[in-house]
Design a protein around this ligand. Structure first.
Ligand code: AMP
Ligand code: MG
Length: 443
């Protein structure tokens, strides 16, 4: 069975300084972990061909499929607030792009495919643990209706790599609306390469925002998508974990799943990543980090906003300052639905905060407590029952004023409060099992 991927590679047609052509490094023995069959079909790729020896060889980087133009993208970024003038795909190659069944251009990237000129001291590889986490969490986000990169496939390499001991290597095939990050813009801005900034901006407008009339308009659209993305994260208790500017996607997709998780017990200061010692990327700080990242994006494209620098700063500042309001509106919309409310009324913010406070002081399970609102079990997850009961009275009064039926409200709650999320301990168990080659927990 021959693998046919209908590539059309627009990024590879950008100027040479945007990337380095780089083929994946072959691995000892490719082995299939999983193929995402519905996603393959969406992309116009035959899932059986992907699962064939030819397909698995391509997914492991042992062969380059016809029409691919593999390259490593260059970018920069602020990591935990510190500036890195050059990052880039250090362990990934973009194979190319395909137009999906809805007419949307999607990147196909191999992650864990060997060293590139941007690997710095890294080995260019990934081990099976993070590959499984990215696959499971990304697909869960998609199922929850949250913009995200996807996983088309995961394969093992038959090679061990060294992390906290010897770990089996793996390669993830990532599908994304693009891999262009705030850091991609920062890379050229730092080099005062205005021409490249202009080309990148035109590319992002054509690809993600064809209706954007100007770079300033693009900035507004990127800000709005980031703000809404983070509101969605907040609504499912998701902690990204590494909201560096190189992991901040200009089309507003969730990208680069590292030490991320869905929170169990709710507390706004919850951090999952062990490297995040100061809680920079804690759950409750994600909106303000979103503002910070958008300020970096705005700074990078200042020269394109207005030839008069003072004017450019003024306009960009106004745009960035709109983030909190856009976020607040999106957040209210997300959490109103979680409470079953179909209308917007004065005091809704306080009502939501009231519940969040009881949940935080009780360490209530985020997912189960919200899910319990529809079936009357939310109270089981809190400790301070008196405060909860007072809150619930206010909530019932608000529901009565909503102008919708109790049935509609319950249906909305069920649709807006997931019953199942990939729990971190379950992902950890799947990862532990995968070390011994057992993928039963993954499926
Ligand atoms: P991340 O923390 O995954 O967003 O990665 C930050 C930067 O480090 C990116 O430029 C990655 O390509 C690079 N990087 C991460 N892990 C490796 C690795 N094992 N080998 C080479 N580069 C890596
Ligand atoms: Mg990254």
């Amino acid at each position: 069975m021959t693998l046919h991927i209908p590539f059309d590679n627009s990024y590879a047609r950008l100027p040479d300084r945007f990337f380095t052509r780089q083929t994946p490094t072959p691995v000892a023995q490719p082995g299939l972990i999983a193929i995402n069959v519905p996603l393959a079909r969406e992309l116009g790729i035959d899932p059986d061909a992907l699962a064939s020896p030819d397909g698995i060889a391509a997914l492991a980087g042992n062969s380059v499929p016809d029409g691919a133009d593999p390259l490593a993208q260059v970018y920069a970024g602020h990591q935990f607030g510190g500036w890195s003038p050059q990052l880039g795909d250090g362990r990934a190659v973009l194979l190319g792009e395909v137009i999906d069944s809805k007419g949307i251009r999607r990147d196909l990237q191999l992650k864990g495919s060997g060293p590139t000129p941007y690997s710095r001291r890294g080995d260019g590889r990934a081990w099976v643990g993070p590959v499984i986490r990215e696959y499971l969490v990304g697909e869960a986000m998609h199922a929850l209706g949250i913009p995200t990169t996807r996983a088309l496939a995961a394969v093992t390499t038959g090679e061990d790599i060294y992390r906290e001991g010897r770990m089996p290597g793996a390669v993830l095939t990532r599908v994304a609306s693009s891999h262009i990050r705030v850091g991609s813009f920062q890379y050229f801005a730092a080099r005062k390469d205005i021409e490249a900034l202009r080309v990148l901006t035109d590319h992002v407008i054509a690809r993600h925002n064809p209706d954007a009339a100007s770079p300033l308009d693009l900035l507004d659209k990127v800000i709005s998508r980031q703000a809404r993305l983070i509101a969605h994260w907040m609504g499912v208790g998701f902690i990204h974990g590494v909201m560096n500017t190189d992991n901040s996607h200009v089309a507003g997709d969730t990208i680069d799943y590292g030490p991320c998780a869905f929170m169990d017990a709710y507390h706004p200061e919850t951090v999952y990543s062990s490297i995040d010692q100061h809680g920079r990327y804690a759950y409750g700080r994600q909106p303000e980090i979103g503002v910070w990242n958008m300020a970096q994006f705005a700074t990078a494209i200042l020269p394109l906003i207005d030839p008069d620098m003072d004017r450019a700063v003024e306009l960009a500042t106004e745009s960035v300052h709109r983030f909190p309001d856009i976020y607040q509106d999106a957040n209210l919309e997300v959490f109103r639905a979680k409470l079953g409310l179909t209308s917007a009324q004065e005091g809704d913010g306080d009502l939501i905060n009231g519940l969040m406070h009881v949940m935080a002081s009780s360490g209530a399970d985020f997912t189960n407590c919200f899910r319990g609102l529809a079936d009357g079990t939310a109270r089981d997850w809190v400790v301070d029952l008196a405060t909860f009961d007072t809150w619930a009275e206010g909530w019932q009064a608000r529901r009565a004023r909503d102008g919708s039926t109790a049935e509609d409200q319950e249906a909305l709650m069920r649709a807006s409060n997931p019953a199942v999320i990939p729990r971190n301990h379950q992902i950890e168990a799947a990862i532990q099992a995968s070390i011994t080659g057992d993928y039963t927990l993954f499926f």
